[in-house]
Write a protein that binds this ligand. Structure first.
Ligand code: 0RA
Length: 665
């Protein structure tokens, strides 16, 4: 059981009946047991032991600093990745209290660093709300770090302490005088715990930017001092590269956030509308703007947590938006008596909105605990947004017409799409006769055991068909141009042959029609050549899934197959290499004179046996599970990836393929 530590700020300590020394011992043992529990089951505290969990460590510490900002005591947070791979988070908050705590037999700071859930528990009154998805506290980061150094400046002094695997190896010591205040936590993620300790700067920057939007006025700086891996071998650059520094500061808050999301797009009005209000200790802030695209983007936050699965705040917003626009459009005679009301769906097209609510006791539900469940929030958001929109339309009536016009056009297109979708739906695989002709289906009928390989090109499709295990592996070869769904309306998307073939093979429908119980394969692999064209095709397919069947990604059904780039042979020994570095390491181990290297330019160059062995055999293959780690970053990346420049796309795919090739389930 985590220890109650409210006492640190002056409350009573529940002291045991036992003698003080025994009491001290018991508490110490509790701490050790707590840390041990965290190290035994890290997943329970930080999600997983892979890349996601690793990044979570940083978020956890940053969240503590952001809590200081929310409480009004901090406006600067600096996150630095050091050359040794450790990370420091420094803030200019009050500093963690340092005084000796008799009840605990140690300093307050040591309690925060060693007792589970200690960070947020005491002094609750001072914090309006608190960020952090798990809110597990810095002690968890401490337990999962091979070492952690704490530096606190407050009360005229500077205090330091070092921990190893969660256990203090020194007392909290006064190192000198200081008239500053703040906390720095520097930690080294334990490589005994994490399968990777390499931080991805894009992921970190994405979350830090988000936090800066959500906390206007706070400056969050990210510094990456690690040597650039691509320059590692080039000896001439002795100095290394300069540190990468990025600073995030937005006075405009979530209005700036919407401007950022819509950058480079035509918008129906400027600047984004912003609405805010509060009721029953719940604050609501919404910013929205329509752009010229066909997709809707809703980024919702509850206590700074990105609620990817939506929830009551999102439903409240939708109800209010639909009602306010219909009411105002009727009043302004933009909707005639004979016209039907605009529906929520009509109003989605081109909408970019950021919703941020802050509340006292958030309930997080859903598969990934990112769905806000508090029932009363719906009504609160509804009424604040409805009133706010009415005021906005009264003040700037000219913005209403472009919104209504766009929604009317969307409605017409949706009717066309419904017809096209009915065609596809009728053709979707309810029985074997409806399956697309090109599909080589598997014999197993249990979706949870079945895999579908979506393969580009006929020759690769042929190899895959011959190489597969037909018991549970189905092959769908694709031929022809894959539509860029990023730039098309649903009616056009559904009339595209390739899209229809995929939808029919999957059987589950798309968009609002998506039905998970009809999904015919629980593992879907995108298998394309390991070159720029293959990357492009993969991205087009990913876009289709991300925009129109996001549930497939959310539920962990989508994977990217990783074919090898090289086949290296030394005598009878054959090894496959999946990256340039892999090749370098492998040939270094072998005798170069007797080694032959074959480069695979495409999947088609592999014979069926090789394709099975390297890419499809569950025992040997390396696959990459597609996850939406950060919805905003994903959205942005699809922008980059679907844009005209090839170089950033190639770079992105090369970098990311390397990072994630350890995930099979
Ligand atoms: C407990 C109490 C107080 C501040 C903090 C913890 C605190 C924790 C962290 C973690 C990172 N940065 C932090 N900054 C502050 C309140 C202290 C007071 O009342 O003076």
């Amino acid at each position: 059981m985590p220890e109650e530590i409210n006492a640190i700020t002056g409350g009573a300590v529940t002291s045991d009946q036992a003698a003080p020394s025994a009491d001290y011992g018991a508490k110490d043992i509790q701490v050790l047991e707590g840390l041990e529990a965290v190290r035994k089951r890290p997943g329970m505290y930080i999600g997983d032991q892979g890349s996601r969990g690793l990044h979570h460590l940083v978020y956890e510490v940053v969240d503590n600093s952001i809590d200081e900002a929310l409480a009004g005591f901090c406006d600067k947070v600096d996150v630095t990745i050091h050359p040794d791979g450790s990370v420091s988070v420094r803030d200019n908050g009050r500093g963690i209290p340092t005084e000796y705590h008799p009840g605990a037999g140690k300093s307050a700071a040591e309690v925060v660093l060693t007792v589970l859930h200690a960070g947020g528990k005491f002094d609750k009154g001072a914090y309006q709300v608190s960020g952090g998805l798990h809110g597990v506290g810095v002690s968890v980061v401490n337990a999962l770090s091979s070492w952690l150094e704490l530096n606190i400046k407050r009360d005229g002094g500077e205090f330091v302490q070092r921990y190893e695997r969660g256990i203090p190896v020194s007392e909290l010591t006064r190192a000198g005088d200081s008239d500053e205040h703040g906390t720095t936590v520097r930690f080294m993620a334990d490589d005994e715990i994490f399968s990777t300790t390499e931080y991805l700067p894009d992921i970190l920057k994405g979350r830090l930017r988000e936090l800066a939007f959500l906390n206007p006025g706070v400056t969050i700086t990210f510094t990456d001092t690690r040597p650039d891996p691509s320059e590692e071998e080039e000896e001439e650059e002795e100095e290394g590269r300069p540190p990468q520094v990025k600073s995030f500061h937005y006075e405009g808050g979530i209005r700036s956030f919407v401007e950022y999301l819509n950058r480079g797009k035509e918008t129906a009005f400027k600047p984004p509308l912003r609405i805010q209000g509060a009721r029953d200790r719940t604050t609501v802030e919404v910013a929205l703007q329509y752009n010229d695209s066909y997709i809707e983007r809703v980024f919702a936050f509850a206590n700074l947590i990105n609620t990817v699965e939506g929830g009551t705040h999102v439903s409240g917003f939708r109800t209010a938006l639909t009602r306010a626009i219909n009411d105002e459009a009727r009043r302004a005679k933009l909707l005639k008596e004979k016209d039907a009301n605009l529906s929520g769906d009509d109003l989605k097209e081109g909408l970019t909105v950021v919703i941020s609510v802050k509340l006292m006791e958030p309930q997080f539900e859903g598969q990934t605990k990112t769905k806000l469940g508090n029932g009363d929030v719906k009504g609160i958001v509804d009424s604040i947004v409805y009133e706010g929109l009415k005021v906005a339309f009264e003040e700037t009536p000219e913005i209403l017409k472009p919104i209504v016009d766009k929604a009317m056009r969307a409605r017409q297109a949706r009717e066309a799409a419904r017809k096209a979708r009915d065609l596809v739906r009728r053709g979707s695989a309810m029985n074997k006769l409806d399956l697309p002709g090109k599909l080589a289906d598997c014999s197993n009928r249990d979706p949870s055991e079945c895999e579908l390989y979506i393969v580009e090109g006929d020759s690769a499709g042929g190899s895959a068909k011959q190489g597969r295990d037909r018991g549970f592996q189905a092959i769908l070869p694709l031929r022809g141009k894959i539509l860029n769904v990023e730039k098309a309306r649903l009616d056009k998307i559904l009339s595209n042959d390739v899209v229809r073939t995929i939808i029919q093979a999957l059987g589950c429908g798309l968009g609002d029609d998506y039905d998970p119980s009809r999904l015919r394969y629980h593992k879907i692999f995108l298998m394309a050549d390991a070159d720029v064209d293959g990357a492009h095709i993969r991205t087009l397919l990913l876009t289709l899934f991300y925009r129109h069947m996001p549930q497939i990604i959310e539920n962990g059904h989508l994977f990217v197959a990783q074919p090898p780039l090289y086949r290296v042979q030394e005598g009878k020994k054959v090894e496959y290499c999946y990256s340039e570095k892999d090749l370098k390491d492998t040939t270094a181990r072998m005798d170069p004179k007797r080694t032959s290297v074959q480069r695979y330019k495409g999947l088609g160059e592999m014979n069926p046996g090789q394709l099975w062995e390297t890419t499809m055999d569950p025992e040997n293959r390396i696959i990459l599970k597609v996850r939406v780690e950060d919805a905003i970053l994903a959205d942005e990346l699809f922008g980059i990836l679907m844009g005209d420049a090839v170089e950033p796309r190639r770079e992105f795919i090369e970098n990311h393929a390397r990072e994630v090739r350890n995930l099979d389930i």
